[in-house]
Ligand binder design. Structure first.
Ligand SMILES: Cc1cc2nc3c(=O)[nH]c(=O)nc-3n(C[C@H](O)[C@H](O)[C@H](O)COP(=O)(O)O)c2cc1C
Length: 173
C-alpha cells in the first residue's frame, strides 16, 4: 500500500512537501536589490522563465486583464531610473512593466491585486535563477507613472491601459 504522510496524502505529496524547504529558502533569498551589475543582459532561458512567471498568475473570473512588457533597452532603463531618483537601480538588465486593461477588468482593486501577484511570481522566479529584483511602485501623477504611460506604445499595450507596477531584474552587485 502507498505510504501516507501526516496529512493523509500519498508519496507524491510527501515529495512535494520536501520541496517546501527549497521554497522557504527561495522566499528568504528574495530581497530587494538596488545595485546591479551594469554589463549583464538577460540570458534567453532567464527571459523565458521570467515571462512564464508573468503568465502563471491567478486572475479574477479568469479575465486576465494584465499586460506586460520586458524592457531591455539599457540606455532607456538608465534614464527612467535616474528620472525616478533611483539611479543605482538603472544598471539592472531589464525592467518588467505591468499594465492593466480597465476594459477587461473594470474593478480597479482586482487590477492592483493581480499585478501584485504577478510581481511576486516574477521576483521569486528571478530569485530561483540567482537574479535580484526590486518592485517599483507607480504613484498616480508621479513622473514614473507619466513615463510608463508614455511607454505604452513601445510596450504594445492599448492606450487605455493603466501602469500598475514595474520590476527591475538583474544580477546583484
Ligand atoms: C507596492 C510596492 C512598491 C514599492 N516601490 C518601491 C520603489 O519605488 N523603490 C524601491 O526601491 N523599492 C520599492 N519597493 C520595495 C520595498 O521597499 C521592499 O520590498 C521593502 O523595503 C522590503 O524589503 P525586501 O523586499 O528586501 O523584503 C516597493 C515594494 C512594494 C510592495
Amino acid at each position: 500500500m502507498e505510504k501516507r504522510n501526516a496529512h493523509g496524502k500519498g508519496e507524491g505529496a510527501l515529495l512535494k512537501e520536501e520541496g517546501r524547504v527549497e521554497f522557504k529558502e527561495l522566499l528568504e533569498k528574495r530581497r530587494s536589490v538596488r545595485s546591479y551589475r551594469n554589463d549583464r543582459p538577460l540570458k534567453e532561458e532567464e527571459r523565458e522563465r521570467i515571462l512564464l512567471a508573468a503568465t502563471l498568475v491567478p486572475s479574477a473570473m479568469n479575465k486576465r486583464p494584465l499586460r506586460t512588457y520586458l524592457l531591455e533597452d539599457r540606455g532607456l532603463i538608465k534614464r527612467i531610473l535616474e528620472e525616478k531618483g533611483q539611479p543605482s537601480i538603472g544598471d539592472c538588465s531589464a525592467l518588467l512593466l505591468v499594465y492593466g486593461d480597465p476594459e477587461v477588468q473594470p474593478y480597479r482593486p482586482f487590477l492592483d491585486q493581480e499585478a501584485g501577484s504577478l510581481a511576486e511570481n516574477v521576483m521569486l522566479m528571478a530569485a530561483s535563477l540567482g537574479l535580484g529584483t526590486v518592485w517599483l511602485g507607480v504613484h498616480e501623477g508621479a513622473p514614473f507613472e507619466e513615463r510608463l504611460l508614455a511607454l505604452r506604445k513601445t510596450a504594445g499595450v492599448e492606450e487605455r491601459c493603466l501602469p500598475l507596477a514595474a520590476v527591475a531584474i538583474g544580477e546583484a552587485l
